[in-house]
Design a protein around this ligand. Structure first.
Ligand code: SAH
Length: 194
C-alpha cells in the first residue's frame, strides 16, 4: 500500500457510494412527502457533512493541501481504512435495500411511509448513520493528514448529533408506540452499545 493507492481507494469509495445512492435518489424525488423538518436547517447540516466527508478530503487527495497538516503514512493504517470503507459500502447498500421508498436525504415522512424494523434495521435503528460513521472512520485512516483525515468525523458528527433527536421525535410522532417499542429493543448505531 502506498499513499497514492490510499487516495485512490478513498476516491473509489466515494464513487461507489454515489453509485449505490443514485437510483434511490431518483426514486425519492418522485415519492410524495407528507411532513418534513425545517428545510434550511437540514440543508445547512448536509453542507457541513459534505464539507467534511467530501470537499476537504478531495482538496487533499487532488491538491495535497493543507500540506503542513501531513503526517507520515503507515501502510497498516491505510489497509485498515480500506477494509472499513468496504464495510461501510456494504452497509450502505443494505440500508438502502431495507429502507426502500422510505428513504430520504433530509428528514421527511412520506406518503404511505412504513416503519422498517427488519434486516439491518433489526438491531440498530440508524444503520445508515452507522455506515456514514464507518465512512468517516475509513477517511481518517486512509488520509494521513490531520485536517483532511478527521474532517469527516467532525462534519458527519455535527449532522448526526444535531439531527438524531429530531429524527427520533419525528418517527415517534408518526408511529407512536410502535416506534417507542422499537427504540426500547434497539441501539442507535452500534448493537448493544449505543
Ligand atoms: N436514520 C436512519 C434513516 C436515514 S434516512 C438510518 O440511519 O438508517 C432518513 C429518513 O429515514 C428520515 O426522513 C425518516 O423519515 C426515515 N426513517 C428513519 N428510520 C426509519 C425506519 N426505521 N423506518 C422507516 N423510515 C425511517
Amino acid at each position: 500500500m502506498t499513499p497514492l493507492a490510499a487516495k485512490v481507494i478513498w476516491l473509489v469509495g466515494v464513487v461507489g457510494w454515489f453509485i449505490i445512492r443514485y437510483p434511490h435518489d431518483r426514486r425519492a424525488r418522485r415519492t410524495p412527502k407528507l411532513r418534513r423538518a425545517d428545510r434550511g436547517r437540514e440543508i445547512a447540516l448536509m453542507a457541513v457533512s459534505a464539507t467534511g466527508l467530501g470537499v476537504l478530503p478531495f482538496i487533499y487527495v487532488v491538491g495535497d493541501a493543507p500540506h503542513f497538516a501531513n503526517y507520515p503514512f503507515r501502510p497498516w493504517q491505510a489497509w485498515l481504512g480500506a477494509a472499513v470503507f468496504a464495510a461501510s459500502l456494504w452497509l450502505f447498500h443494505r440500508t438502502h435495500k431495507d429502507l426502500g421508498r422510505n428513504w430520504s436525504v433530509t428528514l421527511e415522512v412520506r406518503d404511505r411511509h412504513t416503519l422498517v424494523t427488519n434486516g439491518v434495521y433489526s438491531r440498530v435503528r440508524h444503520p445508515m448513520y452507522s455506515a456514514f460513521w464507518l465512512w468517516a472512520l475509513a477517511q481518517a485512516l486512509l488520509l494521513p493528514n490531520w485536517i483532511a483525515g478527521p474532517a469527516g468525523l467532525i462534519g458527519f458528527g455535527t449532522l448526526f448529533f444535531l439531527r438524531i433527536g429530531r429524527e427520533e421525535a419525528l418517527m415517534t410522532e408518526t408511529f407512536g408506540d410502535e416506534y417507542r417499542r422499537y427504540m426500547a429493543r434497539t441501539a442507535r448505531i452500534l448493537p448493544g452499545i449505543y
